[in-house]
Design a protein around this ligand. Structure first.
Ligand SMILES: *Cc1c(COP(=O)(O)O)cnc(C)c1O
Length: 478
């Protein structure tokens, strides 16, 4: 048979739509979508046939069976309906992986988000009085309790918080910043640029490695509105360095009647340093030292939803609340629901360690991580007896990520896969592209390393299934 006959032999649309097998295969989709998908498949078959001159009749017949066409249409529709934003298993060992969405939420936070999202809620409604309320009140009491601040406000992220604080409290004036703190946070967020955009003139003081109290004292003039202290989140200056103690800067600024604002970046509410993890100061410590206003992220070390949290003196927070652009920066009910739950768990250290995923991952013992690695390795050995891959558990080093605690190495363990019939990079690509859910690891010494510090206990079974399916589905056949 020639091409023309083959094309004419394709089943007609009305026949396909009336076919019982086709109807069964596509019954979850609307008639409009069924027709659309079948048309796509028929068009693809026509193009394919024209491009392939020598096709055996049996092969063409098999490809054009109504059921076969329906199955292709189904895959097409499933792909079309699939979400773009998907959960992945983070086996990179980077706890606050910004590209992978930073902090996973706790069960409590998820429950609260779901409850609030499924129906209406008292976002701006005072249930006691039956009148209009404020969205800003929902997490304020918890933030005050956790930090010792007089007042608190939540905006969309910490970048927005920095802009708002500068614009509302220092616009038209100068802000003094140490040269060692003019940081870039990544994604083009640079402190000097934000200052300019907020209408504040930057006064740099000191040098990259040393800034003294006298540098601040000399720089403060009649135009100075605030001293800005920026946490050098993602880097450290080591060696011949100096910076004045926080209390000294505060004393000087207050003597000259100007404000001190600290962008803490991560802003720990959990005392990680007390648990042997890093040297991150707590938000409370900054406020205790007399800092007037502090901002930090909701989805870094705090371990909740994306948000920018601002705490400090009542009168200052009130000015921020009344800012004309406050509405453009405000958070939605889902963020507040998640944050409320995380803050509730942070009030109790033991709850925080057990319930908040970020706190748990950062404080979990090396032995527990190792046990998880062993579990995954033996699970894989069982799932596919002939793995065509060598699988070992090795010590690894996880990191905090998210621009926090760059020097802190977290002792960890990884399941290391060495495929025999493809490269480690090919396996890593397949785990990402074909994994259900996608698995993101790292390639080291021609092995795929799956770091277990960032794999949550409830993900272990899924991880084994996902890796086994990818290995069994052709990867091992080269
Ligand atoms: C991360 C960070 C920011 C930006 O915070 P986002 O919540 O990501 O917007 C600002 N300043 C510092 C010092 C940071 O570390």
């Amino acid at each position: 048979m020639g091409i023309q006959e083959d094309l004419r032999a394709l089943p007609a649309m009305h026949r396909l739509l009336a076919d019982a097998d086709v109807q069964r295969a596509l019954d979850e989709f609307s008639p409009r979508l069924r027709r659309w998908a079948l048309e796509q498949v028929l068009a693809e078959l026509r193009t394919w046939r024209r491009a392939h001159v020598d096709v055996r009749p049996e092969s063409w017949q098999a490809q054009t069976e109504p059921l076969r066409i329906a199955e292709c249409a189904k895959r097409l529709l499933q792909a079309r309906m699939a979400p773009s934003l998907r959960r992945v298993i983070n086996a990179t060992g980077v706890v606050l992986h910004t590209n992978l969405g930073r902090a996973p939420l706790s069960n409590l936070a998820l429950q609260r988000v779901q409850a609030v999202a499924a129906g209406y809620c008292n976002l701006e409604y005072d249930l006691a009085r039956g009148e209009r309320g404020s969205r800003h009140t929902h997490v304020e009491a918890r933030l005050r309790e956790l930090t010792g601040a007089e007042a608190a406000l939540v905006v969309n992220n910490n970048a927005a918080a920095v802009w708002l604080v500068l614009n509302a409290l220092a616009k038209g004036g100068e802000a003094v910043v140490s040269r060692g703190q003019l940081v870039e946070i990544g994604g083009s967020f640079r402190i000097p640029d934000i200052m300019r955009e907020s209408g504040v003139t930057l006064r740099e003081v000191g040098t990259t490695n040393k800034t003294r109290l006298s540098d601040y004292a000399q720089a403060i003039g009649p135009e100075t509105r605030m001293v800005v202290l920026v946490h050098p989140s993602n880097y450290r200056i080591v060696g011949f360095t100096d910076e004045p103690p926080l209390a000294g800067v505060v004393e000087l600024a207050h003597e000259r009647q100007i404000l001190v604002y600290q962008d803490l970046g991560s802003g720990a509410l959990f005392d990680y340093a007390a648990h042997g993890v890093g040297d991150e100061p707590t938000v409370r410590a900054s406020l205790d030292a007399g800092v007037d206003i502090v901002s930090f992220s909701g989805d870094k070390l705090l371990g909740s939803a994306q948000a920018g949290i601002i705490v400090g003196r009542c009168e200052l927070i009130e000015r921020l609340r009344k800012h004309p652009l406050m509405r453009a920066l405000r958070v939605d009910k889902l963020t507040l629901a998640a944050l409320d739950a995380t803050l509730a768990d942070l009030a109790d250290e033991e709850h925080a360690r057990v319930r908040i995923p970020v706190v748990r991952m950062l404080t979990e013992s090396e032995e527990t991580v190792r046990a998880r690695a062993d579990e995954v390795a033996s699970g894989l050995a069982q799932a596919i007896p002939d793995l065509a891959v060598q699988c070992d558990v090795r010590p690894s080093q996880a990191t905090v990520g998210g621009g926090a605690l760059p020097l802190t190495m977290l002792p960890s363990h990884a399941v290391c896969l060495r495929p025999s019939r493809c490269s480690a990079q090919q396996l890593a690509d397949a785990l990402r592209r074909e994994g259900e859910p996608p698995v993101v690891g790292r390639v080291e010494n021609d092995e795929v390393w799956l770091d277990m510090r960032t794999v949550q206990p409830w993900e272990v079974h899924e991880l084994i299934q996902a890796v086994a399916a990818v290995l069994g589905g052709g990867m091992d056949k080269g």
